[in-house]
Ligand binder design. Structure first.
Ligand SMILES: Cc1cc2nc3c(=O)[nH]c(=O)nc-3n(C[C@H](O)[C@H](O)[C@H](O)COP(=O)(O)OP(=O)(O)OC[C@H]3O[C@@H](n4cnc5c(N)ncnc54)[C@H](O)[C@@H]3O)c2cc1C
Length: 401
């Protein structure tokens, strides 16, 4: 039975950044990351849009806002120090109706309140100076937004964790976490471990991990698949950088958009449809037990009632390429279905409470010697190094001083 001061469950970007921050603050602690897959970043982190978010959307004062802005700075420094390709290319947010144009006021206000500088309002002509094929009645240019490959960031985090003495143990799916008076026992498929402290960063399984030590956990993860297309090479010139719609303020996802990836390809998407399995990357992946768990959570029925209209639109875009293209054409009218090739999907872990609220903010839950990251949706990749510092400071102050 191996013993560590700290065990981190989950080798996505949040688990890796947490481990690194713990070891940087306390190099004397022994630490292991237990990851169920055979390499890091196999789930949300390795299937995301690769955007370095600036902090435009988030409620001022929320953890998301504070940790995104702090994480943004840390991530840029990390990329510079570790020679990771990244680019601050800026993005445009496009209003296509007068109503949406007034919503840009709120976005601009939030951005300014979160400390962003240099945000510009754009006229239709100015939109085209940034994105020549894009049409809108008004726009916002946010200069701080950038792009990076988060899997590459994770490889760098992994190598720093191991260089500080941490172990990253793969193919260790954790089945049980028992918080006892003086230690925590963690049982995986293969081994039994003990630790003075456990931090779980399980993404799509974060609620299941939390339920090992919190019986009456007040939330469940709903898996929302985000499907993408990629522009054919011949159409890549239609998009220079990042083009976003004005988001629906009542829905936690940003709407289909265009993203230039760090390798130069242009992704279109993601939409947001309920997946029938937590790792349901395709329309046909169904895990009956997981699906029943989702459908019987009291909050889910309320979500379904609240968002049925938005949800139907998302399903339409999932099953009809034409409908997906129509959403993209509202931003870039000359895009055609022939310009789009299918691309791999991602699945977002979105926490939902019993009352049917999709949790807007990052959420942590603590019990005894265990801290669970229960809701770390976008922009948690951008914010990861700040989330890691926040968690490290908390667990060290509580358990190692
Ligand atoms: C489609 C999509 C687009 C996004 N775009 C962006 C973006 O552009 N910018 C941005 O900042 N954020 C974006 N996000 C959000 C971002 O990717 C996530 O917030 C972030 O990756 C969460 O990291 P994580 O480590 O918490 O989760 P994950 O990356 O999902 O990692 C969790 C890890 O835990 C492991 N695990 C789970 N259960 C167990 C167990 N029982 N035992 C052992 N290991 C376990 C999993 O295998 C996985 O490796 C996007 C997300 C998606 C899905």
């Amino acid at each position: 039975m191996a013993h560590f001061d700290v065990i981190v469950v989950g080798g996505g970007i949040v688990g890796l950044a947490t481990a690194l921050n713990i070891l940087e603050q306390r190099p004397d602690l022994s630490l292991a990351i237990l990851e169920k897959e055979s390499s890091v970043a196999q789930h949300q982190t390795g299937h995301n849009s690769g955007v370095i978010h600036s902090g435009l959307y988030y409620k001022p004062g929320s953890l998301k806002a504070l940790l995104c802005v702090d994480g943004y700075r840390r991530l840029l420094t990390f990329c510079q120090q570790n020679n990771i390709a990244h680019e601050i290319c800026g993005k445009v947010v496009i209003a296509t109706t007068p109503d949406q144009a007034t919503q840009l006021d709120d976005l601009e206000f939030r951005g300014l309140a979160n400390g962003l500088k240099g945000i510009q309002r754009l006229t239709p002509g100015e939109i085209q100076e940034h994105e020549p094929y894009c049409a809108g009645v008004a726009g916002l240019f946010v200069p701080q937004t950038g792009i990076v490959d988060y899997t590459t960031v994770c490889y760098a985090l992994q190598s720093l964790v191991t260089s500080l003495g941490g172990q990253v143990l793969f193919e260790q799916p954790v089945n049980s976490i028992a918080d006892e008076a003086s230690q925590v026992t963690v049982i995986s498929h293969l081994d039994v471990f003990t630790a003075a402290c456990v931090v779980t960063c399980g993404g799509l399984y974060s609620d299941q991990l939390a339920r090992h030590t919190i019986n009456d956990l007040d939330l469940r993860i709903l898996p929302f698949r985000g499907e993408y297309f990629v522009l054919r090479k011949s159409a890549e010139s239609l998009v220079r950088n990042l083009i976003y719609p004005v988001p629906n303020p009542f829905f936690p996802f940003l709407g289909v958009h265009f993203t230039r990836m760090i390798d130069g390809s242009i992704e279109c998407g993601p939409n947001a449809v309920l997946a029938f399995a937590r790792e349901g990357y395709s329309k046909t992946t169904v895990q009956p037990r997981e699906l029943i768990e989702t459908l019987t959570w009291p909050g889910f029925r309320r979500v379904a009632m609240k968002y049925w209209r938005t949800g139907l639109g998302e399903y339409r875009r999932s099953f009809s390429k034409q409908a997906f293209v129509r959403a993209l054409q509202s931003l870039v009218p000359s895009i055609t279905t022939d310009d789009l090739l299918p691309a791999p999907a991602g699945v977002r872990a979105q926490a939902c409470d019993r009352k049917g609220n999709l949790l807007d903010d990052f959420a942590l839950r603590e019990s005894g010697r265990v801290l669970h990251v229960c809701n770390a949706p976008s922009p948690a990749a951008t914010a990861s190094l700040a989330i890691g510092d926040y968690i490290a400071t908390r667990v060290i102050a509580r358990l190692f001083q």
